[in-house]
Design a protein around this ligand. Structure first.
Ligand code: FAD
Length: 504
């Protein structure tokens, strides 16, 4: 019997449930038993910071199978972790203990793209959707470094931001419909229809509760996404600056008439992360502009920050003129040290390769204490200086040699989103004392600036402990009541997102 089998499998060393078919009320299950090591892929997260001990991974093929699994788990009070591409950076996608992993990897059919609306299964890889949309002359309005692995269901569940957020806005803005299965196994159609509409004002818009819910209310099985027309003219420029003031000067000008309608992305990286990129990926990527202080390159001592700007438009001559005028203007104002304009789309992609490799470069250098914060942009430098100065007094507190730590930073500065990373060079294990110390410093530095401790990565099991400090009691209680509505047995991704009741 399917039910007993599921229960039994959960206590075996390693099992992947390959097929679950419902036919006239009878359930047939085919399973493959593997070594527990082959389940590492599902138990260990991208950062390698979080590790679960699940011995059962379920890989449904359809919404009906997801519903059968969740109905069963609800009836038997079996905890479940929904998993997409497992690229989340806050430990939300892996079990905390022995929860059953429900992987969406087999639900990867792209259904169609009509009238700029893309419909796809939640397990589709983001890059596959981007390629499909490209063939239909459309653009998927979300893009991020993990696009080759993350899934659209995971993107929805984390309300992923990425590099086009400023131009195309959030997934809340672009999602037109979802199909979900709640924590009781009930299938809910949240404006997901064979002919989706742009507008639908009928009732509470429940899909928004599932966007960014990190799998705590149910499982997203299908997505309808607005994909704007593909820009026919794409350009990019890479410039270096000597101060944050200059970066902000360029940003302010880019937002005004100098670029406005063609501005698509504005990313910032400090020279320290770019040194790590050079050190770890010299053979696969090349920096567009020399930032090496040892070299003789013009102004290289001052290339403290790099900016990557992408433009999207529909008239190449117009966009190029606009970009040239913008560059002339920022050079006249002495805001740039050096720069290079992409000569073709291939070069635009080369620029992005450097930006996308920032995360992996930090991870290849040592253990990364990662923070993803929202701050007023003119506070980025102060914030970083404050964290660095706290790190200098670290040896007194933790005996940790501060020299072994490097603070490297990049982020979506146009959204006020800083990725602040403290790398323990050459050490790949987390130091719990150091982590506690750094987290306290970050929390203090963010809250005193009225910022957010999670701009886009979410809460998972990493940041949920701070919810009591950042949300008021009434708000938290309302969130708990809402969770209970969709997940009355509390089986959906337990221990994540909302803080532990005991901590309340
Ligand atoms: P997972 O990691 O598998 O899961 C994330 C959360 O969603 C978990 O809580 C999981 O339980 C839940 N979940 C997954 N699928 C479903 C589903 N179908 N239904 C319900 N719940 C589900 N994030 C950004 O926002 N912006 C960035 O620019 C960015 N850049 C990144 C760059 C790199 C190199 C890496 C490694 C990560 C980056 N991330 C970024 C973080 C991460 O890629 C995103 O959070 C992404 O949206 C996660 O998608 P996923 O499919 O991997 O989800």
């Amino acid at each position: 019997d399917a039910r007993q089998l599921l229960l039994r499998m959960n206590s075996r060393p390693g099992s992947v449930l390959t097929t679950l078919m419902q036919d006239n009320g009878t359930t047939t299950i085919t399973t493959t038993t593997t070594t527990s090591r082959s389940l590492d892929k599902y138990n260990i997260d991208w950062t390698k910071m979080y590790r679960g001990q699940s011995s059962l991974v379920v890989r449904p093929n359809s919404t009906q199978e997801v519903a059968a699994i969740l109905r069963y788990c609800y009836e038997h009070r079996l905890p479940v972790v929904p998993q997409g591409g497992n690229t989340g950076l806050v430990g939300g996608s892996v079990p905390m203990a022995r929860e059953i992993v429900v992987s969406l990897e087999k639900m990867n059919t792209i259904h169609n793209l009509h009238d700029n609306i893309l419909q796809a299964d939640a397990g589709c890889i983001l890059q596959d959707l981007q390629d499909y949309a490209f063939q239909h002359r459309c653009l998927v309005p979300v893009d991020l470094g993990a696009k080759g692995t993350c899934q659209i269901g995971g993107n929805m569940s984390t309300n992923a931001g990425g590099v086009y957020y400023y131009r195309y806005r959030s997934l809340h803005a672009n999602c037109l419909g979802l199909e979900v299965v709640d924590g009781t196994g009930q299938i809910l159609n949240l404006s997901y229809s064979p002919r989706p509409h742009l507008k639908d004002n009928t009732g509470y818009d429940l899909k928004h509760l599932f966007i960014g819910a990190e799998g705590t209310l149910g499982i997203i099985t299908k997505v309808a996404l607005w994909c704007p027309p593909l820009p026919t003219s794409v350009g990019a420029v890479w410039v270096t600056c000597s101060s944050l003031q200059d970066v902000l000067g360029i940003l302010a000008l880019a937002k005004t008439q100098y670029m406005t309608e063609i501005l698509a992305a504005f990313e910032y990286m400090d020279h320290k992360i770019l040194r790590l990129v050079q050190a770890t990926h010299a053979t696969s990527v090349k920096l567009p502009v020399d930032i090496d202080c040892e070299g003789n390159h013009r102004g290289c001592d001052h290339a403290k920050y790099s900016i990557l700007i992408e433009t999207h438009g529909s008239d190449e001559a117009h966009d190029q003129n606009k970009l040239s005028a913008f560059l002339e203007h920022i050079m006249e104002r002495n805001l740039v040290v050096d720069g290079v304009v992409a000569q073709n789309v291939g070069q635009v992609e080369e620029f992005w390769k450097v930006r996308d490799i920032c995360n992996p470069s930090a991870a290849a250098t040592g253990y990364v204490y990662k923070y993803d914060v929202s701050l007023p942009v003119d506070d980025f430098d102060n914030f970083i200086a404050e964290i660095k100065s706290k790190l200098n007094s670290l040896p007194l507190i933790t005996q940790y040699p501060a020299d072994d730590l490097q603070c490297v930073n990049w982020g979506h500065i146009i959204d006020g989103n800083l990725h602040c990373n403290i790398v323990s060079v050459g050490k790949f294990d987390r130091d719990p004392l150091l982590m506690e110390y750094v987290e306290k410093c970050i929390l203090q530095a963010v809250t005193k600036r009225n910022g957010s401790i999670s701009a886009e990565h979410g809460l998972g099991q990493y940041k949920n402990k701070y919810m009591n400090q950042i949300k008021d009691h009434a708000t938290l209680q309302t969130m708990r009541r809402m969770k209970k509505l969709f997940d009355p047995a509390g089986i959906m991704n337990p221990g994540k997102y909302l803080p532990n009741v005991k901590e309340n």
